[in-house]
Design a protein around this ligand. Structure first.
Ligand code: ZN
Length: 461
């Protein structure tokens, strides 16, 4: 029995897309496109020990539960391939905080520089040699590691599961994508990929496959109810239809999409095409915090900023539904979490109605999406167990975490100094080549008749 007088209860928010390794890289970059962020990868994520991987995940999990989020789809990153030890360290962090997670190790067998048509040739020979260091493991080695992790995975009992994430379609060979699909089928896991996040990705896809990335993945058989597209800013009407018809999901990450200049995903178009839509924060290295309330508010605002066509705007009911039920379904946990209902896990957030955010309370849903910012989170329960009580995280000592994180931060700053210097050089080329590529007009007629047309026309102008 819990006395919840003066509290508003809502289902724990579910983060549809994040990256645990991003938490130690918070605040490192300001004005960067997605392509510059990918170029900065070895600087931001290099020299991570197992303890760093654990710490980075612990920071993110602590922030999420303190801000009302009880489960996350985490695309973890390890270079040059995932390891069982790395995944276990990340998983243990979630288990120690007491929140649920689906961990999908990001894998690829083509480096960013080889995946963008014409980019490698643009680099001076000395830099071409330098980026040779970014070569990834052969795909069979990555598959072997994932198989090993899936086979002996023990953290499911603590609510931490595994999935498969070919990170960006054209960063993976066809054989690798098919191997990922087979793994997900053999072990009954989700599949998650960054698709049409930036316009550069769409152009790279057309050059390589003569079709959109979604059409290519669909033809490989990857689009299914287990499949989640991250971002989907540049999906066209045909892509949305393919995703909707096959029961796939899109994690809408409006904060990250704005921060990296990728644009605004068409959430109304996705819902019209019957795509399951979740909401995500993306990693803290490019969207700064892990606050689902902020991303719910941005999902609402992003639909409204596009024009006065208010009948097509996303309502607060639809946003809250996406951030709970929608994301839960993307995680493959739609029958267990995302609702406060008999038969569902007791993942519940208790908001303090005496907090100034709630004075007065006219409409709970509207105010959860538009007024709440996480500061009224009083208590958080996961699976019936209180892990936040009276604004205090009960499972992790934040002072000790801060001390350990500062040590790791200082060590990584020094160790990654050469990688940062290399980024400064590479960034000059990437920062002019990729925006140039993105100036290429798309087959704009594919957007005809869709609401998306207007947003894209503005980008081209
Ligand atoms: Zn991502």
């Amino acid at each position: 029995m819990i006395d919840a007088k003066g509290r508003l209860l809502h289902p724990g928010l579910v983060n549809g897309h994040t990256h645990s390794h991003g938490n130690l890289a918070k605040g490192l970059v300001d004005c960067v496109t997605l392509e510059l962020l990918l170029t900065a990868g070895s600087w931001m994520n290099g020299h991570r020990t197992l303890e760093d991987k654990y710490l980075s995940s612990l920071i993110g999990a602590a922030e999420m539960v303190l801000k009302g989020c009880t489960a996350a789809y985490d695309l973890t990153g390890e270079f040059p391939m995932p390891t069982v030890e790395g995944l276990t360290a990340v998983g243990q962090a979630y288990a120690d905080v007491g929140m649920r997670a689906v961990l999908a190790p990001m894998v690829a067998d083509t480096s960013f520089f080889d995946a963008i048509p014409g980019l490698m040739e643009r680099l001076p020979p000395a830099l071409q040699k330098d980026v040779g260091r970014f070569a990834l493991a052969p795909y069979k080695a990555s598959v072997a590691q994932m198989k090993k992790a899936l086979h002996g995975w023990k953290l499911s009992r603590q609510g931490v599961h595994l999935a498969v994430a070919p990170t960006i379609p054209h960063h993976c060979s066809r054989a690798f994508l098919l191997a990922c699909l087979k793994l997900s089928k053999d072990y009954g896991t989700g599949l998650h990929s960054h698709v049409a996040e930036s316009k550069v990705q769409v152009i790279a896809g057309y050059r390589q496959y003569g079709s959109t990335l979604t059409a290519y993945l669909d033809e490989l058989g990857m689009v299914s109810p287990n499949f989640t597209v991250a971002h989907g800013v540049w999906l066209d009407a045909d892509d949305m239809k393919r995703l909707g018809d096959k029961g796939a999901s899109v994690s809408h990450n409006p904060g990250s999409n704005m921060r990296l200049g990728n644009g605004i995903a068409d959430m109304r178009g996705l819902l019209d095409a019957r795509v399951n839509v979740g909401i995500g924060t993306d990693g803290a290295s490019c969207s700064d915090n892990q606050n689902m309330y902020e991303n719910m508010r941005l999902a609402s605002m992003a639909s409204k900023v596009q024009g006065p066509d208010w009948q097509r705007w996303i309502t607060t009911d639809e946003v809250l539904e996406a951030a709970t039920v929608g994301s839960a379904r993307a995680l493959g946990l739609g029958d267990r979490i995302g609702r406060i209902e008999t038969g569902y896990k007791a993942d519940i957030v208790f908001l303090d109605l005496d907090h100034v955010n709630w004075i007065p309370c006219n409409d709970p849903t509207n105010q959860i999406v538009h007024s709440e910012d996480g500061t009224a989170v009083h208590s958080v329960m996961v699976g019936g167990r209180m892990i936040v009580e009276n604004r205090k995280l009960l499972t992790v000592d934040l002072h000790e975490l801060a001390r350990k994180a500062e040590k790791a931060r200082a060590r990584l700053e020094a160790a990654n100094r050469p990688a940062r210097a290399l980024y400064e050089k590479l960034g000059k080329v990437v920062g002019s080549f990729c925006p140039g590529l993105a100036k290429e007009p798309l087959h704009i007629d594919r957007f005809a008749g869709s609401h998306h047309h207007h947003a894209h026309a503005q980008f081209l102008a």
